[in-house]
Design a binder for this molecule. Structure first.
Ligand code: DHB
Ligand code: FE
Length: 282
């Protein structure tokens, strides 16, 4: 049976991908940020996951405002990246795992989540930057992208995203093949890139989120989308991806590592490892 070994929440700011491409991780601006990933590499080395489910938001590469699914699941053999105009190198394709994707899709639709299924799907920086941060040497690992609409209002509520995560957790652990699965929650933390509050960062709220996502995620699910926008900024609603990831943890959750660093570009950056303990009964 497939087992979820843990979840990793990480920022996906395009400038990070550029810094990796330029090899400037040791420069003073970047060092405190990239140093936060060494414990993540050690943890991944220990846990040896072979499938990664990436919960992210597409920013206009595969979906645009004309057609925006609330929840979309990839079911392709491979996922290509393309130039979004950020000046990042186009990444090599990522291997998919259609058999497991379809198992997830069957299971989620059975649980009354109405999904868009994607047998072709371009993946943007919100997928590629976390993958590059976590596996800088492009270790072969199969991927399943799940895109959450955090861009075109109305957005799914925090409570709905958490429930989707729970259903994803059940679906993964009912897959018959033996796998060690890690779930990425991509994005955040607080940021707003445009409008009157451009540059908005809310450190106090971010720290509360980092604390609550470990042992009181239910509190975060009480928020409305409007409250989340107010507290985290319009783009800070990417926290919804973290809530899906957290919902997918099927056991007792323990925090193994966190690093919070402000700012990278216009955004509060963070990485966190949540280890998934033994499944709880019921
Ligand atoms: C930035 C942050 C994002 O989440 C994103 O998708 C693009 C840019 C930024 O801070 O530059
Ligand atoms: Fe983003």
């Amino acid at each position: 049976m497939a087992r979820i070994v843990g979840g990793i929440a990480t920022s996906h700011i395009p400038a990070i991908g550029k810094a990796i491409a330029q090899g400037i991780q040791q420069q003073p601006y970047w060092k405190p940020f990239f140093d936060g990933y060494h414990p993540v590499h050690t943890w991944l080395e220990k846990e040896q996951p072979d499938v990664v489910v990436v919960i992210y938001n597409d920013h206009g590469l595969n979906f645009f405002l004309d057609k925006m699914p609330t929840f979309a699941v990839g079911a392709a053999d491979e996922y290509r990246n393309a130039d979004e105009g950020w000046g990042l190198p186009v990444s090599l394709p990522f291997a998919g795992y259609p058999a497991m994707s379809w198992h997830l899709i069957e299971s989620l639709i059975q649980e009354e989540f109405d999904l868009t299924t994607c047998q072709e799907m371009l993946v943007d920086h919100a997928f590629v930057v976390p993958m590059t941060l976590l596996w800088p040497d492009r270790r072969p690992i199969r991927t399943i992208p799940i895109a959450i609409n955090t861009v075109q209002f109305p957005l799914p509520t925090p409570a709905r995203c958490f429930k989707l995560g729970k259903a994803i957790g059940r679906a993964i652990e009912s897959f018959g093949e033996d796998h060690r699965v890690v779930i990425i929650g991509s994005g955040g933390m607080s940021h707003q890139l445009d409008g009157e509050r451009a540059g908005f960062i809310n450190k106090k709220f971010d720290i509360t989120c980092l604390d609550q996502i470990v042992d009181d995620a239910a509190a975060l699910t009480q928020m409305s989308v409007a409250e989340l926008v107010l507290m985290a900024g319009v783009q800070g609603v990417e926290l919804l991806n973290w809530l899906v990831m957290r919902g997918a943890m099927t056991g007792g959750v323990s925090e193994k590592h966190r690093n919070y660093h402000v700012p990278i570009s216009n955004t509060a950056a963070a990485v966190m490892i949540l280890e998934n303990g033994t499944a709880l009964a019921g």
